[in-house]
Design a protein. Structure first.
Length: 255
């Protein structure tokens, strides 16, 4: 085998291979430390573009999930408020039933029922007017409201006959509350919560897909690192051996 002095081909090749192995070792260590297979465009240009598009889509879907969750909280607030109205109305109905008992009540008792009922009705109507979420009314039929509940009026407990007639008005108002809760609950369950669940599944699938493109495969990358580390050590050893041969020829010429 010829041995040349001016250009040591095996040594130059060894330096090239050593540099390449070192670069692969550094790349593997970067992937392991960052947790990302793609740290820059040069790692995988097409993969980076696809990953960024997926990340943008995931961000949009997460915002839509947040918007839907906010709307669900609005419906929860409305449902709780309707339940509060129901409690008030049940109290009014109990007083109407008491006032309709003409065989026991005197006028003073009916007056007391009427006074208490007036306060309860005032509170009932006030709740309808003021129930709101994020500065938007919920129950008064305005633009952003979810249902349209009318004010309670015409409740007269001054005598048993009028109290009996008032029970029909109260039961009608109770039916309106029932329908309001059906509308609110069905919209929340079958539209909003179903939509949020579907969005969450989509985000989960997209996140898994994006992770498969962008994230580091640790077992594979560790194997690549060990391989590159071994190649670097072997390259250094071979380079040292090549330089020793070169130095041996120079030493012979020196004699």
């Amino acid at each position: 085998m010829p041995v040349r002095i001016n250009y040591n081909n095996s040594s130059a090749r060894g330096v090239y291979d050593l540099n390449r192995s070192y670069q692969m070792l550094m790349a593997a260590m970067e992937k392991l430390s960052s947790g990302l297979r793609i740290n820059r465009a040069s790692d995988d240009p097409a993969g980076l573009v696809i990953s960024e598009q997926m990340r943008s889509q995931i961000a949009s879907l997460n915002q839509e999930i947040e918007n839907t969750s906010l709307t669900i909280r609005k419906y929860n607030t409305a449902d709780s408020t309707v339940s509060q109205l129901r409690s008030v109305l049940q109290g009014v109905r109990s007083m109407a039933v008491g006032a309709a008992n003409g065989g026991i009540n005197d006028q003073a008792a009916n007056d007391a029922y009427q006074s208490a009922t007036d306060r309860a009705i005032e509170n009932y109507n006030h709740i309808i007017d003021t129930a709101s979420f994020n500065n938007g009314n919920l129950l008064d039929g305005s633009e952003r409201s979810l249902v349209n509940l009318p004010h309670l009026s015409g409740i007269d407990l001054s005598d048993p006959e009028k109290a009996a007639e008032s029970l029909e008005l109260i039961d009608e108002a109770m039916a309106q509350l029932d329908q309001a809760q059906v509308d609110i609950g069905s919209t929340q369950k079958y539209e909003l919560e179903a939509r949020r669940s579907n969005l969450e599944v989509t985000v989960q699938n997209l996140t898994a897909a994006e992770s498969g493109i962008r994230d580091t495969d640790y077992p594979l990358t560790i194997a690549e690192m060990i391989k590159s580390e071994f190649q670097v050590k072997a390259g250094i050893a071979l380079l040292v051996h090549s330089n020793m041969t070169h130095q041996a020829v120079l030493s012979l010429l020196g004699h």
